[in-house]
Write a protein that binds this ligand. Structure first.
Ligand SMILES: [Zn+2]
Length: 116
């Protein structure tokens, strides 16, 4: 699965219009650092939250649910496949990102309370 340039631009616009752009990793290196922190068992936090990564994951999950692994594992853009529904998928995925950011903020508040 690879989101095409035109749809990637729409995903980025959604991130900006929802006020999440400041959370996007500056570059691929920074993004991989955050991913590694999560994979190593780190808890989701505001520091390792990346809305672009979250949205790509949510779109991939949608692709599996909608078109099976055949679509998700193809080289094509799943948003091109669903055409008219693409905007809805993007809105849904930005909703997932917002929900996870809220969760990350809650975890951090909880951690702070435990340390006192
Ligand atoms: Zn596309």
């Amino acid at each position: 699965m690879k989101i095409c340039e035109a749809h990637l631009e729409k995903v980025k616009q959604a991130i900006k219009s929802h006020g999440l752009w400041d959370f996007v990793s500056e570059d691929a290196e920074e993004y991989l650092k955050r991913e590694k922190a999560l994979i190593k068992g780190g808890k989701l936090s505001v520091k390792n939250f990346d809305p672009l990564g979250v949205m790509t994951g949510a779109i991939a999950l949608n692709a599996v649910l909608w078109g099976g692994f055949k679509l998700a594992l193809s080289d094509g853009c799943p948003l091109c496949e669903v055409e008219d529904d693409a905007d809805h998928w993007i809105e849904q995925s930005v909703g997932v990102a917002e929900t996870l950011l809220e969760a990350a903020k809650r975890y951090e508040e909880t951690d702070c309370k435990q340390k006192k």
